[in-house]
Design a protein around this ligand. Structure first.
Ligand code: SAM
Length: 287
């Protein structure tokens, strides 16, 4: 049988050969379970027509499975120590491009135009957990370059993403992603499939980027949402009028009563539609 990177004997060999030590601060928890690696790629629906962007290839375990299934894989890795490892582990794959950069600073337009020749990218990654939210935000802010996102995240983050109103996990991340994507949890993943094993369980999150025309001022919408959840224990009459939007209590009272929403509700009781309606009423009012 051919060597595959998720085989523990092969991983041990590479650790020794390169004398590699895991960096906690770079979120280095590498996958060591072949079934999970295969499942991520299969459930993401990756085919030979797809160009995949991977964030953080590590030793290239997931990259290898992606290379076998996709047309091309572009992997962005911040840790320069991994460059020689990846040169070695992925030497047999000519459809992989490794870029030694910080994903949060990478020129995504350049990747889209030069590496993907204008084809929308599918993101597949076992994310470094210390920057999960900034990574998701960056992808969504640049959503014209992407079609889907399949990412391993902490289980707690996955729960927040798919949470419904009136739930403690429901918050501004939920609403930001709900506004931009259709989301589902593909599978839960135990901490034992990583080396070293993290202190939390994980889940694979699947996000499909959608263009929904809500015809709303996004700037104000997300300011209202942030105001609500920054003071999540207060009622909306207080949290929305003392937050990021310049709205008086009298204006807010008028907006809420026209929408038949009680000022005693809290941020977590409102749906995305409620926030959109509040924003629309507000922007009409200040025209
Ligand atoms: N994909 C590998 C796997 O599944 O075995 C490694 C995943 S590990 C959870 C996260 C990877 O992201 C590490 O290789 C780490 O060095 C890399 N990383 C951390 N911060 C990064 C950043 N800002 N930009 C790109 N890669 C980063």
């Amino acid at each position: 049988m051919e060597n595959r990177l998720y085989q523990s004997s092969y991983l041990a060999e590479i650790l020794k050969k390169f004398n590699f030590s895991f960096s906690k601060s770079l979120g280095q928890n590498f996958l060591i379970d072949g079934n999970i690696v295969k499942n991520i790629v299969e459930k993401s629906g990756i085919t030979k027509d797809d160009i995949v962007l991977e964030i953080g290839p590590g030793f290239g375990t997931l990259t290898e499975e992606l290379a076998l299934n996709a047309k091309k894989v572009i992997s962005i890795e911040k840790d320069h120590r991994l460059m020689e490892v990846l040169d070695y582990t992925l030497q047999n794959y000519d459809n992989v491009k490794i870029i030694n950069e910080d994903f949060l600073k990478t020129d995504l337009e350049k990747i889209f135009m030069e590496e993907a020749k204008g084809q929308k990218l599918k993101v597949v990654a076992n994310l470094p957990y210390y920057i999960t939210t900034p990574i998701l935000e960056r992808i969504i802010e640049n959503k014209k370059y992407f079609s889907t996102i399949s990412v391993m995240v902490q289980e707690e983050v996955a729960r927040r993403v798919v949470a419904s109103p009136n739930n403690k996990d429901y918050g501004s991340l939920t609403l930001y992603l709900k506004y931009n994507c259709e989301s589902e949890i593909l599978m839960k993943v135990p901490r034992t499939v990583f080396m070293p094993s993290p202190n939390v369980d994980s889940a694979i999150l699947y996000l499909k980027l959608v263009d929904r025309d809500f015809d709303v001022d996004e700037g104000y919408l997300f300011k209202f949402i942030r105001s609500g959840f920054t003071k999540r224990r207060k009622n909306i009459m207080n949290s929305l009028s003392t937050g990021f939007v310049d709205v008086s209590k009298a204006q807010l009272k008028e907006i809420l009563s026209s929408l038949e929403l009680s000022g005693n509700l809290r941020a977590e009781n409102l749906s995305l539609e409620d926030y959109i309606n509040i924003t629309k009423k507000y922007t009409e009012m200040i025209k």
